[in-house]
Design a protein around this ligand. Structure first.
Ligand code: SAM
Length: 168
C-alpha cells in the first residue's frame, strides 16, 4: 500500500539522527517489515505478532520476534527491550469499527512508555495519547488514511516507565 510506504519512508528520514530500536506491531505477511529493514538496515527491529504466517524470507530472527497478544507483550516489553524505540509502526488491522476504537484507546498508552523523546509513531489507527503530537502525513496520503505522531520532544521518560503510562 503506497500510503503506508510513503509514511514509513518519511518516518525513516525523520528518525535518522535519533538513536533507538524500531517496533513493528503486526507482522502479517512481512511486507512492511521487509520495507522497514530495507529503509533502516542498521536498526534492530522488534516485531510483535500473535500468529506468525509470513514467508520464511520475511520473518525476523527469533530474538527479534515477540510472540503473543500485543497488548500483553507491550506491558512487559520494557523489561526485555534493550533501549527505547525511535520508531514504531502499528498495523494490527481491524475492520470492526467498535473494536477499532477501543483497541486504539488501549494501544497508544501501552506503546508510550517504550518511545524515546521525539520518537515517531506511524499507525493505521488514530491514537489518543496526549504526548503523541500528530504530524502531517506526506502530501499524497489521503487524510485519515494513515497517521503519524511524534512523541513530545520535551517529554523525557525516566524511572519506572510503566508508571508513566497515559490512560486518557
Ligand atoms: N504490516 C503487515 C504487512 O504489511 O505485511 C500487515 C499486518 S496485518 C494487517 C495485521 C497483523 O496483526 C496480523 O498478522 C495479525 O495476526 C496481527 N495482530 C492483530 N491483532 C493482534 C494482537 N492483538 N496481538 C498480536 N498480533 C495481532
Amino acid at each position: 500500500m503506497q500510503a503506508q510506504r510513503d509514511c514509513l519512508n518519511w518516518a525513516a528520514q525523520a528518525v535518522s539522527s535519533l538513536p533507538g530500536i524500531v517496533l513493528e506491531l503486526g507482522l502479517g505477511n512481512g511486507r512492511t517489515y521487509d520495507h522497514l529493514r530495507e529503509l533502516l538496515p542498521d536498526r534492530d527491529i522488534y516485531v510483535f505478532e500473535r500468529d506468525v504466517r509470513g514467508h520464511a524470507n520475511s520473518l525476523p530472527p527469533e530474538k527479534f520476534l515477540i510472540l503473543g497478544n500485543v497488548e500483553e507483550m507491550l506491558l512487559s516489553a520494557a523489561d526485555h527491550l534493550p533501549s527505547m524505540a525511535a520508531l514504531a509502526h502499528i498495523d494490527l488491522g481491524t475492520s470492526d469499527a467498535d473494536a477499532y476504537k477501543s483497541f486504539a484507546g488501549r494501544i497508544g498508552p501501552l506503546l508510550y512508555p517504550l518511545m524515546t523523546s521525539g520518537g515517531i509513531i506511524v499507525s493505521n489507527i488514530a491514537l489518543t495519547v496526549n504526548e503523541f503530537i500528530q504530524n502531517a502525513c506526506p502530501p499524497n496520503v489521503k487524510p485519515g488514511r494513515y497517521f503519524i505522531y511524534r512523541n513530545n520532544p520535551k517529554n523525557q521518560i525516566s524511572g519506572n516507565r510503566h508508571e508513566m503510562m497515559n490512560t486518557d
